[in-house]
Design a protein around this ligand. Structure first.
Ligand SMILES: [Fe+2]
Ligand SMILES: [Fe+2]
Length: 234
């Protein structure tokens, strides 16, 4: 199976014509399309409709997670419904199986990496922030336990490791991902992890457990590989 993986479409900031151009040659190159969040620019219904219109001519199975931008207008539930009505499988600490290959994913959250992760100490606001990060990892862990597939493809929006953030300002790193995501994915031996969010980051790295991680933000892919998406074969 060939998987085309892309993130950070930011529909609304970009037009149907521009987004359609990105997908124009994808049909012959892949069997499944994975979209790792920031499908819209500010999470509006008309922006998700731009994406679906641009995807009209793409008949591949489609799997997506939402990104932080898709939450901007508190319409994530509505956007998910519209995507699912448009035959896009939206993962939120959940999974789906396509031709025997398991796809599991979630948006994820921030909080930092390793020993420097923000800790749940002091103010309630800090504790709430950390709780959100931990909850995403715990729910992802539960989804991983339930998936019944030999090959497992993981999708997050936020980064699970630091390495794929290289190129972003170091001050931003704690807000771009969380190593709790990598910890959960390492425990369940997924084949590969795709994420987005870090537009200025680096294309690849590995988790502490050795899982390949690819930052498929289309801005990174374009800058490094001169194409908008990555093709991964499993
Ligand atoms: Fe983005
Ligand atoms: Fe993002």
């Amino acid at each position: 199976m060939k998987i085309a993986a892309i993130a950070d479409l930011h529909c609304g900031k970009y037009t149907v014509k521009q987004i359609r151009g990105i997908f124009s040659d994808i049909e012959g190159k892949a069997d499944v399309l994975v979209m790792a969040g920031d499908l819209t620019n500010v999470g509006l219904v008309h922006e998700i409709e731009i994406l679906l219109e641009a995807l009209n001519s793409v008949s591949l199975p489609k799997v997506a997670v939402l990104g932080n931008h898709d939450h901007q207008n508190d319409e994530a539930v509505q956007l998910t419904k519209i995507l699912e009505a448009g035959n896009v499988c939206v993962l939120d600490c959940s999974s789906c199986v396509i031709e025997g290959v398991g796809f599991l994913g979630t948006k994820g959250f921030c909080g930092g990496f390793g020993n420097l992760r923000i800790q749940p100490f002091g103010e309630q606001a800090i504790k709430k922030f950390v709780e959100t990060s931990v909850d995403e990892a715990v729910r992802l862990d539960s989804a991983l336990k339930q998936i019944d597939a030999v090959h497992k493809i993981a999708i997050t929006h936020y980064a699970p490791i630091r390495a794929t953030l290289k190129g972003e300002s170091p001050e931003l790193f704690p807000f771009l991902g969380s190593s709790l995501l990598a910890d959960a994915l390492d425990r369940h031996h997924v084949n590969v992890i795709f994420h987005g969010h870090a537009h200025n980051g680096s294309p690849s790295g590995t988790t502490p457990g050795g899982i390949p991680v690819h930052n498929v933000s289309r801005f990174v892919q374009k800058r490094v590989h001169n194409r908008d998406y990555m093709i991964y074969e499993v």
